[in-house]
Write a protein that binds this ligand. Structure first.
Ligand SMILES: NC(=O)c1ccc[n+]([C@@H]2O[C@H](COP(=O)([O-])OP(=O)(O)OC[C@H]3O[C@@H](n4cnc5c(N)ncnc54)[C@H](OP(=O)(O)O)[C@@H]3O)[C@@H](O)[C@H]2O)c1
Length: 324
């Protein structure tokens, strides 16, 4: 099969399409003919040599895809050859075929075409597991989403808005702020020329209840300033670095929580439980069109390098796809 391989750690130019052996499936696994794969920021790190796949996972980059079931391994129930699905992957998405643990396979939501479905697994699983399963956002509470126009952010805004929460978000341009408002954000803050802590203080009664943070170190102190009493900060990204000082006194007085999680490295059982919860709670909203996958741009598989360069430019909104 054709797959995208990084010939060596480096820039987008190291991504090359190569012929490699088809993946073999074992018990509990399904072989998928890939229709499209979604790009994730972690893919850029993996290409640069900083984010190796977890033990046992494919070396091929790609943490989500959509496609058609081509074969079903022993002990798999509920899936048959020819079914259309989308999948959360530990790796292997940038290829014509991928082996997937059956629990990480999800049906294509009603009303979504097969290619677009590749844009949903990572954002749905990340947002649902962090904002709702871990931080327990409630309908009457306020969520601050950093990077609201990105793949994760655009899904988080819609989901929290549809489930009845107030949503505050940050983005880096007037166009992106307008896109966030159109998706349901109540307050949109330009992180380039506004201080989000000041705006949160003006626009809320004592701060936000939950923050979904992509910046890590750079925003740690200010995120705690923006939290309301008993607020929960969930850090899922390190775009602003990994090391910062935590003012425990400030956090303690707010009785706040700081949580950091990642999805890819978790055991198959945990990822399968998240996928099942996503299908139960998120899919109905997608099927009704209340929460929509936002695809900014698609590239053919052979142009994976151009797709990475585009994501690195920061010009995109929503998800970037590779079509196979
Ligand atoms: N832990 C996990 O399990 C997990 C899973 C999936 C993703 N993630 C992480 O989640 C983050 C978002 O992923 P993605 O796929 O949505 O990537 P993306 O589409 O490339 O979005 C990146 C976002 O970062 C925003 N940003 C850049 N500088 C910022 C700043 N100073 N303040 C606030 N926002 C800023 C960008 O905003 P503008 O475009 O408006 O400039 C953009 O919305 C990444 O860090 C990714 O690694 C973590």
């Amino acid at each position: 099969m054709r797959a995208v391989i990084a010939t060596e750690p480096g820039g987008p130019e190291v991504l090359t399409v190569t012929e490699i052996a088809d993946p073999e499936i074992g018990p509990g696994e399904v072989l998928l003919d890939v229709a499209a794969a979604g790009l994730n920021r972690a893919d850029l790190l993996q290409r640069q040599g900083f984010y190796p796949p977890p033990p046992g996972a494919s070396d091929v980059i790609g943490m989500e895809c959509s496609g058609t079931v081509a074969a079903v391994g022993p002990d798999v129930t509920g899936w048959s050859v020819g079914d259309q699905a989308c999948a959360l992957l530990a790796g292997g998405g940038y290829a014509e075929r991928v082996a997937v643990p059956a629990g990480q396979l999800m049906p294509v939501p009603d009303g979504v075409d097969l290619v677009t479905a590749a844009a949903i697994p990572e954002v749905a699983a990340t947002v649902w597991s962090n904002v709702f399963m871990v931080a327990g956002l409630q309908p009457q509470e306020t969520l601050l989403v950093h990077g609201g126009a990105g793949g994760i952010g655009s899904f988080a805004i819609q989901l929290a808005h549809q489930l009845g929460s107030r949503v505050v978000t940050t983005a880096g341009s007037a166009d992106k702020l307008a896109a966030c408002t159109a998706l349901g954000a109540d307050v949109a803050i330009n992180y380039r020329d506004q201080d989000f802590v000041e705006v949160v203080a003006e626009q809320t009664d004592g701060g936000v209840d939950v923050i979904l943070d992509n910046m890590g170190a750079k925003y740690l102190d200010r995120n705690i300033d923006a939290l309301r009493t008993q607020g929960r900060l969930v850090i899922i990204g390190m775009q602003g670095g990994t090391k910062a000082e935590l003012d425990i006194n400030k956090l303690l007085r707010k009785r706040g929580a700081v949580i950091a999680t990642n999805l890819r490295g978790r055991p198959v059982e945990e990822k399968s439980a998240i996928c099942a919860s996503v299908v139960q709670h998120v899919w109905p909203l997608v099927a009704e069109g209340l929460v929509q996958p936002i695809v900014g741009r698609s590239f053919p598989l052979a142009e994976a390098g151009a797709a990475h360069a585009y994501m690195e430019s920061g010009d995109h909104s929503g998800k970037i796809l590779l079509t196979v």
